[in-house]
Every structure is written in structure tokens, then in C-alpha cells.
Write a protein that binds this ligand. Structure first.
Ligand code: NAP
Length: 322
């Protein structure tokens, strides 16, 4: 199927950045099409209480907030395709975006595909995913009432996940590969103050144990090289994120980690009419509010680009023919 319309704007990705871009583009009468992904909502769908998004004075659950963002964009006429983009072609105007055999075309594309949780990279981890191995405490914590779970990582995500898990689990053990933590002091202090949380530092998970379900982990002490096993009912990996940029790496500039690069102070990529917003191009701030702000910038940049292109077309049409 080819969508016969050449759209003004296609937005790829349905997180805070994508939906904010959609809201602004819709209110600018650009009739955006949001190809939001099969699992729309992004990382906020696996976040518990969001207490730092301005305006939600009492806090809000991540999925509820994303549904609000989506509804607000829809209210002004944004359209949605709830599926994953499989290919893009930014080599000529109009730009092309594919969902399987379906082709969509647009003058501008705003890339807002975000980032995803990193995995430990163990065969046993793969085998036991959904059977005790998780990357989302908000989604899965309730499956561990009065159990013992291990959280891997030393950043804010690990502190947040571990603290949230203590609402359900009897005991949470944080396993971190160093004895210094990347997490912010406030999150670290909160986790330290929690009596249900225990700490193992300078150690890594070498294997997730269990046949049908997780029964424990094998750890390696990085200072002594000693290995030992502890019993556990669940393992939550909270070790950071990777940008969702595989579709774009051959067509857009990116850094070593795969984050898309944009012109400083703008959301422009090296391809005219293609913009990148949110976590897909930001590995520093990575907050819902900064992603939303970036989505707004992307829509404004796309609008200006379209105005400039249309201005040129009108000037060309008005020029005397020789
Ligand atoms: P992060 O800050 O990159 O931390 C990742 C942690 O995982 C690090 O401690 C790292 O260890 C460890 N790690 C990485 N790969 C590992 C591996 N293969 N095996 C074992 N450990 C591994 O990621 P994050 O915690 O997801 O946070 C990302 C950003 O989001 C940060 O800017 C953070 O402040 C922000 N954030 C904020 C909140 C909040 O404010 N509510 C919540 C979550 C995240 P090393 O330290 O040794 O590298």
C-alpha cells in the first residue's frame, strides 16, 4: 500500500518527544502522521510514579501520562499508525517511511524513536526473560510479593527499580560492578535508607540460575575473582540504555554509541527536512520533560523548514518566465 498523500510531517516514535512534536505540528495545521510503534509510549510505559514532570503536582504513573500526551495530540488532529517502522529512505524528497510493504511519504520526518533498556548479554538471561528476568520493575514488581530479587546496576535506574521493588519484595539485593555509584546522591540515599535493600559491590552476575524460572544468580567478585551463588526469585537488569537508531545509522550522522547527532542548538540532522528529537539524540539529560521540549523544537524546526521550502516554491512560481 502506498499512502497517496505526501504528508507535511511524519513523526516516528510515540514517547514524550514524538507526541509533543505531534501536538505542536497538529496545532500548526500540519496534519502529522505519527508512526508510534507497536509498543507506543516508550520508556514511560515502564516507569512508576513520575514526580518530576511539571504540572502533575501529585505525580502520575508513566503509562497514564503517555496516554494523556497521546490524547492531547489526537485532539488537534494528529493521526496514528500503531506499528513499527521497518525501513526509511531519506535520499530524496519526499522522504519515505515504510511499515512492512506500506509506504508513507512526507516532506519532513521527525525521528523520535528514543532509547531502550540494555541487557546483560548472558545466554541464561535470554532464556529466562519473562520467567524472572525483567527490565521493568513497574511492569513486573507485583509478581514478586515477599520474594528476594536482585537488581543489577549502580545508576539512578537501579536505585529507582530497587526502591520500587521493596513495595512488594521481602528483600532486594543491588549488585554493582564497582564500589562507587553513578546514581544521584538523593536516589542513593533513599535506597541506603531502605532496610529491605542489601548491597553487593565489585561484583557481576555471571549467570542467571534456574530451569523453568529464576532460582538464583552466580556472582563473580571482581577483586578476588571468586564466584558464588545466591538464591533469588527475580533479576532486574537496570544498566542503562541504547538508542533505537538501527534504522537510521546508514543515513544520518551519529556518535559512537549510536545516538543521532543534530546541529547544535537545533534538531536538524544532516539531511534537509529530517529532524531528531528526544532520547534518540540526547544521552545526557534523558528526562521526559527534556524529551518533550526537544519534540517541540523538532516540530517548530519542521514548520520553519516547510515555510522556507514553500516560500521558495512561491517565489519560483512568481518569477517571470524567460
Ligand atoms: P547509567 O547512569 O548509565 O547507569 C548504568 C549503571 O549500570 C552503571 O552503574 C553501570 O556501571 C552499570 N552497568 C552498565 N553496563 C553493565 C553491565 N554490562 N554489567 C553490569 N553493570 C553494568 O544508566 P541509568 O541508571 O539507566 O540512568 C540513565 C540516565 O537516566 C541518568 O542520567 C539518570 O540520572 C537518569 N535517570 C533518572 C531517574 C530519576 O531521576 N527518577 C531515574 C532513572 C534514570 P558503571 O557505573 O560501572 O559504569
Amino acid at each position: 500500500m502506498t499512502d497517496n498523500d505526501v504528508r507535511h510531517v511524519i513523526i516516528i516514535g510515540g514517547g514524550p518527544a514524538g507526541y509533543t512534536a505531534a501536538l505542536y505540528a497538529a496545532r500548526a495545521n500540519l496534519s502529522p502522521l505519527v508512526i508510534e510503534g507497536f509498543n507506543w509510549g516508550g520508556q514511560l510505559m515502564i516507569t512508576s510514579d513520575v514526580e518530576n514532570y511539571p504540572g502533575y503536582t501529585e505525580g502520575v504513573m508513566g503509562p497514564e501520562m503517555m496516554a494523556d500526551f497521546r490524547r492531547q495530540a489526537e485532539r488537534f488532529g494528529a493521526e496514528f499508525v500503531t506499528d513499527d517502522v521497518t525501513k526509511v529512505d531519506f535520499s530524496e524528497q519526499p522522504h519515505r517511511v515504510y511499515v512492512g510493504d506500506d509506504e508513507y511519504r512526507a516532506q519532513t520526518v521527525i525521528v523520535a524513536t528514543g532509547a531502550s533498556a540494555r541487557q546483560l548479554g548472558l545466554a541464561s538471561e535470554q532464556r529466562l526473560q519473562g520467567r524472572g528476568v525483567s527490565y521493568c520493575a513497574t511492569c513486573d514488581a507485583a509478581f514478586f510479593p515477599e520474594k528476594h530479587v536482585v537488581v543489577v546496576g549502580g545508576g539512578d535506574s537501579a536505585m529507582e527499580e530497587a526502591t520500587f521493588l521493596t513495595r512488594f519484595a521481602a528483600k532486594v539485593t543491588i549488585v554493582h560492578r564497582r564500589d562507587e555509584f553513578r546514581a544521584s546522591q538523593i536516589m542513593l540515599d533513599r535506597a541506603h535508607a531502605n532496610e529491605k535493600i542489601e548491597w553487593i559491590t565489585n561484583a557481576v552476575v555471571e549467570e542467571v540460575l534456574g530451569d523453568e524460572r529464576v532460582t538464583g544468580v552466580k556472582l563473580r567478585d571482581l577483586t578476588t575473582d571468586e564466584t558464588w551463588e545466591i538464591e533469588a526469585d527475580g533479576v532486574f537488569a537496570a544498566i542503562g540504555h541504547d538508542p533505537n537508531t538501527a534504522l537510521f545509522l546508514d543515513q544520518l550522522d551519529h556518535d559512537e554509541a549510536g545516538y543521532l547527532t543534530t546541529r547544535p542548538g537545533s534538531t536538524e540532522t544532516k539531511v534537509p527536512g529530517v529532524f531528531a528529537v528526544g532520547d534518540v539524540q540526547d544521552h545526557v539529560y534523558r528526562q521526559a520533560v527534556t524529551a518533550a521540549g526537544s519534540g517541540c523544537m523538532g516540530a517548530l524546526d519542521a514548520e520553519r523548514y516547510l515555510a522556507a521550502v514553500e516560500g521558495h516554491l512561491m517565489a519560483a512560481e512568481a518569477a517571470p518566465r524567460l
